[in-house]
Design a protein around this ligand. Structure first.
Ligand code: ARG
Length: 393
């Protein structure tokens, strides 16, 4: 019997895929990647496992990949300040290459000849999965049933699931398509497709609405070491706990929402709502610290790198030579990115209000307008004359 390893989410699509592949002669092994989608009031991984079996899987792997996700994917992107089109912290995009990596590993272990995913033919995720699988093992066959099967609507899939007693929750109306992990939540479809309409409050899962946020501000101080967050308000945290904690407080203050009409890799514009409280706080704090410790040229050049880095992640090119080279550059810039940034959270906003670092390049005796001034203003005249010389008529 042919074996296939399916990246299984527990949703309607991947549940139907299990049965659909089984009907076509495959032994289906499901792989559930735990990237933190179960944190808080998130998804129930045990229920997902049971559903996979009920749908016809012969075996289910659930792997807790949260630490690997954070250390090898989230932190590098944070150091790089990678944000796609200015608003998307790439939670979904960063997770895909990691899921694909483990999908390939399980396929090897199980001696499967194919892997499968539940992505549609219109999105970015199919590209990220398949490009990554191809990079890691070009011989593995890749199946994408959603791109070719007969179902034309959600209703048809529900009918199919019911026919085969696949336990799916059809009573609950599912107004959005949601992808969730520890770094953030991506929400699309349904009423969100109407660009002229403000996203309804019910699309947000972890950030409080303006009417439910506290009226007072909250201050938190984040300490980084070589670009990696280590402490909150003086208390050391492991990365997973640190991110979870910031998701919690940031969410209370409505921090980290964004509404983006983005350019998909396949050429379609689409609207997606994102929630990423921890990511937003950490990105802003990290950037603020870099302003303090990086020299001007490195800081400006790093902004170009951030743009490219975010594209590579979004385009599914995580395992590419350029991404590796950019990581080397980014890591070399993080040597002195150590220090503390105090942030104020208030009514959906998050701003840096104070900073300190032993590597700070800020010299008060140079910038001051007070009497401690050590800057020799007379030297400016010669500097300007030479600087402007090539442009003089
Ligand atoms: N637009 C985002 C991306 O391409 C998220 C895609 C998944 N979104 C979802 N709601 N299922 O990375």
């Amino acid at each position: 019997m042919k074996k296939v390893v399916l990246a299984y989410s527990g949703g309607l699509d991947t549940s139907c895929i299990v049965r659909w592949l089984a009907e076509r002669g495959y032994e289906v092994i499901c792989f559930v990647a735990d990237l933190g989608q179960g944190l808080g009031k998130g998804e129930d991984l045990e229920a997902i496992k049971e559903r996979a079996i009920a749908a016809g899987a012969t075996k289910v792997y659930i792997k807790d990949l949260q630490d690997e996700f954070i250390e090898d994917f989230i932190i590098p992107s944070l150091k790089a300040n990678a944000i796609y089109e200015g608003k998307y912290l790439l939670a979904t995009a960063l997770g895909r290459p990691l899921i694909a990596k483990h999908l390939v590993e399980i396929a090897h272990k199980e001696k499967a000849e194919a892997v499968a995913h539940g992505c549609t033919g219109k999105g970015n995720d199919q590209v990220r999965f398949e490009v990554t699988v191809g990079i890691l093992d070009a011989k593995l066959q890749i199946l994408a049933p959603v791109r070719e099967w007969e179902f034309k609507s959600r209703e048809e899939e529900i009918e199919y699931a019911q026919m085969y007693n696949i336990p799916i929750d059809v009573t609950k109306k599912k107004p959005y398509s949601i992808d969730r992990n520890i770094w953030g939540i991506s929400i699309e479809a349904g009423v969100l497709e109407n660009l002229e309409q403000e996203p309804p409050e019910d699309c947000y899962l972890i950030t409080k609405s303006p009417t439910h946020q506290p009226t007072y501000p909250k201050y938190i101080e984040i300490y980084f070491e070589k670009g990696v967050p280590k402490k909150i308000d003086g208390k050391a945290y492991k990365l997973k706990a640190l991110i979870s904690h910031l998701n919690e407080i940031g969410g209370q203050f409505g921090v980290g929402r964004s509404d983006l009409v983005e350019n998909r890799l396949v050429g379609i514009k689409s609207r997606e709502i994102y929630e990423a409280p921890a990511g937003t706080i950490l990105h802003l704090a990290h950037k603020e610290l870099e302003s303090l410790v990086l020299d001007r040229e490195s800081a400006h050049f790093k902004e170009l790198i951030a743009l490219k880095y975010s594209e590579l992640v979004y385009y599914g090119l995580w395992y590419s030579p350029l991404k590796d080279a950019l990581d080397a550059f980014v890591n070399s810039t993080q040597k002195y990115v150590s220090g503390s940034i105090k942030m104020r959270l208030s009514k959906g906003s998050c701003v840096a209000v104070a900073r300190k670092s032993s590597h700070s390049l800020y010299k008060k005796e140079l910038s001051t307008y007070g009497k401690e001034d050590k800057f020799d203003q007379k030297l400016a005249e010669g500097f300007i004359r030479i600087w402007g010389m090539p442009y003089k008529k």
